[in-house]
Design a protein around this ligand. Structure first.
Ligand SMILES: NC(=O)c1ccc[n+]([C@@H]2O[C@H](COP(=O)([O-])OP(=O)(O)OC[C@H]3O[C@@H](n4cnc5c(N)ncnc54)[C@H](OP(=O)(O)O)[C@@H]3O)[C@@H](O)[C@H]2O)c1
Length: 319
């Protein structure tokens, strides 16, 4: 089968399509999926960067050589414990072991990490969802978002942010999105009640106070956002940046409501997201689409940090 791997290890390595043997030995809880589409998350290329800088070749060998986490596809075989999925079912999901190995024509995945694909979505749209939409849902829950809460979403136009705005609205929150002026109308169209243009000045000093500050960019810390947090308010970060990785747990040690969301794939959460899609409250936003052979370009697009929604890679797309 065709799969996307690296041309070598190190910072100048590129993603290339290679022929490799499909792994068909299934654990009892595994399904084998024909992958129709996958999507890119910053984690995918950050992991490569950190591995290239920090890891020894022996450690690198332990990571799946095939790239990609999110997937949408069709079940083509299943392990002996799999009773909730049948051959031919359309599914979507991801696994947070180091990689799902979804940039391939086939991959194995644990049945607990997938759910039925929302019927109203194409495979490409469904593949845009798992990691980013789960992060949004789990981050908002961690920050106790509920009906009537005031929620500030910093980074409202990106992969996670587009889902966070819509899920927070579905939870009944009053949502303010932080984005650049070029994305203001777009973020309002997702349902945000208000937007703040981060390029227009330091909103952190005067934007008011919120029950939850959800920093999707992970550029901020509870200290830089202290004026934005209501008394007993929450600060939740996605923790992708060094400053935030250290700042958030330190603040928590001081007894404050601060935490980093670490996304995990649960079927029940994927089903909750699918139900929001089917009720018309959630739609994935696709920034751009690439064929498998252009995975390097897809990663490059994500690395710009400017994508509006998700970058999708089509293996067979909706065929
Ligand atoms: N801990 C976890 O489990 C977890 C899970 C998912 C993601 N993450 C991390 O979360 C971060 C965001 O992920 P993502 O997929 O949403 O990234 P993304 O799609 O690359 O985000 C791009 C968006 O960020 C906006 N942006 C850039 N700088 C901004 C700023 N200063 N203020 C507000 N918006 C800004 C950009 O809009 P403009 O072009 O208009 O600036 C663009 O729309 C990454 O660091 C990722 O590694 C962590």
């Amino acid at each position: 089968m065709k799969a996307v791997m690296t041309s070598g290890w190190g910072l100048s390595a590129k993603l290339v399509v290679k022929e490799t043997k499909a792994s068909t030995r299934l654990a009892p809880n595994d399904v084998l999926v024909k992958v129709h589409a996958a999507s890119v998350n910053p984690k995918d290329w950050k992991l490569n960067y950190h591995l290239a800088v920090l890891a020894t070749p022996m450690m690198i060998e332990k990571v799946s050589p095939i790239f990609g986490d999110d997937l949408a596809g069709t079940v083509i075989a299943k392990g002996r414990n799999v009773t909730d999925f049948a051959i031919g079912d359309a599914v979507y999901g991801m696994d947070m072991r180091l990689r799902t190995a979804s940039l391939a024509e086939q991959t194995r995945i644990d049945q607990r990490r997938i759910a039925k694909k929302p019927a109203s979505l194409s495979f490409s749209e469904a593949a845009a969802m798992p990691l980013a939409a789960l992060t949004a849902l789990q981050g908002l829950r961690k920050g106790k978002a509920k009906t009537g809460s005031t929620v500030l979403i910093i980074g409202a136009s990106g992969g996670v942010g587009c889902f966070a705005v819509q899920v927070a609205k579905a939870m009944g929150a009053h949502v303010t999105g932080v984005c650049s002026s070029r994305n203001s109308a777009f973020v309002l169209s997702l349902g945000a009640d208000e937007v703040i243009d981060y390029t227009a000045g330091d909103y952190r000093q005067q934007a008011g106070q919120f029950d939850l500050v959800f920093d999707v960019t992970s550029y901020e810390t509870p200290l830089t956002c202290s004026k934005l947090m209501a008394k007993n308010g929450y600060f939740i970060s996605t923790g992708g940046d060094g400053k935030s990785m250290l700042g958030t747990p330190l603040y928590r040690l001081l007894g404050k409501n601060a935490a980093t969301v670490v996304v995990e794939s649960y079927r029940s959460d994927l089903e909750e997201l699918a139900a929001l899609v089917e009720s018309g409250k959630l739609k994935p936003i696709i920034d751009s689409q690439f064929p498998l052979s252009e995975s390097e370009q897809a990663y490059a697009r994500s690395r710009t940090g400017r994508s509006r929604g998700k970058v999708v890679i089509n293996i067979v797309g909706d065929k």
